[in-house]
Design a protein around this ligand. Sequence first.
Ligand SMILES: *Cc1c(COP(=O)(O)O)cnc(C)c1O
Length: 387
Amino acid sequence: MSQQDVLEGYFGEFGGSFIPPMLQEAMDYLTAQFYKYKDDPEFKEELNYYLREYVGRENPLTFAAQLTKKWGGAKIYLKREDLNHTGAHKINNVVGQILLAKRMGAKRVIAETGAGQHGVATATACAMFDMECVIYMGAEDTRRQALNVFRMELLGAKVVPVTKGQARLKDAVDEALNDLVENYKTTFYLLGSAVGPHPFPTMVKHFQSVVSEESKRQILEKEGRLPDAVLACVGGGSNAIGAFAHYIDEASVRLIGVEPDQAPTLTQGVPGVIHGFRCLVLLDADGNPKPTYSIAAGLDYPGIGPEHSHLKVSGRAEYVTVTNEEVLEAFQELSRTEGIIPALESSHPVAYAKKLAPTMSKDQILIINLSGRGDKDVEQVFQMLNK
Ligand SMILES: *Cc1c(COP(=O)(O)O)cnc(C)c1O
């Protein structure tokens, strides 16, 4: 990738910024500030401090001995993002962006949320950094996720139900963007995944790359060599790009993104523009973004980060799908076998590894990125299994 591509946020033909001029002004300002601070020694030191003392990094790369024995092939290692404070990888990015917001002099943080996971992570860090926090959420979603609304309020955030349009995530994003256009000198828009206009995909990758920075060091310590494959689930793509980042230039390492078969953006998507950037996108017959469905709320998005779109088209990474049944089975199998209840999202790569591992030899190595813990999903799984 050329220097110019990096500056403008292009990954091959994907990425960029397709937004109104008012919003572009806000993005240009953010881009300049991100590049000003990202490699600043004091900024890095402060970020490392909070990742260690608040998030609980580094987290382990656990050898799954029972699963390895049961599946009878490659050695399985689990990168334990489930052990982070708030129970998932999202907090890595939230802490990074809030520290940047503070450097930029913002007093107020806004974010959108669908199921509530990104809203809760944002509200958590805003509480600790003493920032005003406003979360936009579709009114429909606030009813379905009443407990997460209460959680965010408990953490001191203001949750604004959005009644426009279909009162869902997309409408919440629109409201948050309207807020940003008016207030960008004092307000920071904290985006939760590796999507959106430049600089967000680049910035979110930067803050999530700590996952593979650690796992690479850990696997070299434990095994003295690189893994044969790294597996992660893909919603917007932030945990996967973080898990892949430090292996992208290691040609011997297979990178495998796993999607729900009912939201197969990378497997079936076509190039298009969605939410201000170019990526592979699932379109309906009229050329509009197609509604998706996944039992894992965090994977329910018709678009995908631009870098994954590029990794797919260039052939560097593989993207595969698993069914809901396979995901439910993997959720239970990891719980029973290793004593780890994974998030439904994170059960996707587990489900695929179950098929892949037995085809590999016993001296090969798989790393599964366990993006989050499953406590949030236990009630839903209970209902699905007892129908
Ligand atoms: C939000 C979420 C995801 C999906 O988001 P990405 O940006 O694709 O990583 C995956 N796993 C968990 C546990 C999540 O909370």
